[in-house]
Write a protein that binds this ligand. Structure first.
Ligand SMILES: Nc1nc2c(ncn2[C@@H]2O[C@H](COP(=O)(O)OP(=O)(O)O)[C@@H](OP(=O)(O)OP(=O)(O)O)[C@H]2O)c(=O)[nH]1
Length: 184
């Protein structure tokens, strides 16, 4: 896979992604009681990949951009134009179709995980690790303990389809599953 940037140096491309995502998510907050700025999540997902030893530029860019198409007014064509087809392709793989019911979206994540590229599996694992750590830290506004528990069990099924991709991320996820007594 190419680690050559679309336009500028790799560092410039990462900064361009962070700026693009920050502008797109500027009015969004996380669901935690502190209403953390949403941009903390995509930056944190990219940092988990760095902690996992990933230095593939396209994967790190896709991590920063991973929720832009799903959760903001951003099209995949825009990502192709700005960041090239490789980055846009990884984001497309981890983007849910919001026109489907929540139940169907959740089902499709489990079904599609094993078929995803290695690059998309990396972003998926880091995304799940970030969200599960967040859930472990603080319960989102309005979530019951049962909903938290169900999210952990569902996430374990998605993670199962991404295994064999990154030791660090999978071990960190397994610590959380063990703590919550979720079978893996
Ligand atoms: N744990 C946690 N999650 C939060 C928080 N704020 C926003 N989220 C987002 O909520 C989503 C999980 O909530 P759900 O009820 O299962 O999904 P929904 O938003 O699509 O209805 C995740 O979106 P997603 O990126 O689509 O992930 P996923 O559902 O594909 O895992 C996660 O990023 C927070 O404070 N804590």
């Amino acid at each position: 896979m190419s680690t050559i940037s679309h336009n500028g140096t790799p560092l410039a491309e990462i900064i361009k992604c962070v700026n693009f995502a920050a502008v797109k998510h500027k009015n969004q907050r996380r669901k935690d009681p502190e209403q953390t700025p949403y941009i903390n999540h995509p930056i944190g997902v990219a940092f988990l990949l760095v902690e996992g030893g990933i230095d593939n530029l396209a994967v790190l860019q896709a991590a920063v951009l991973h929720d832009t198409v799903e959760d903001t007014h951003t099209s995949n064509e825009e990502l192709v134009r700005e960041f090239g087809p490789e980055v846009a392709g990884i984001v497309a793989e981890v983007t849910d179709n919001k026109s489907l019911s929540k139940e169907e979206r959740k089902r499709l994540q489990i079904v599609k995980a094993p078929l995803a590229s290695q690059e998309a599996k990396l972003v998926k694992l880091a995304d799940k690790l970030y969200n599960l750590r967040d859930l472990d830290r603080a319960t989102p506004f309005g979530w019951t303990p049962n909903r938290v528990n169900e999210y952990f069990h569902w996430a374990a099924k998605v993670v199962a389809g991404c295994r064999g991709t990154n030791d660090f991320l999978e071990k960190e996820l397994d610590k959380l599953f063990a703590k919550r007594k979720v079978a893996i």
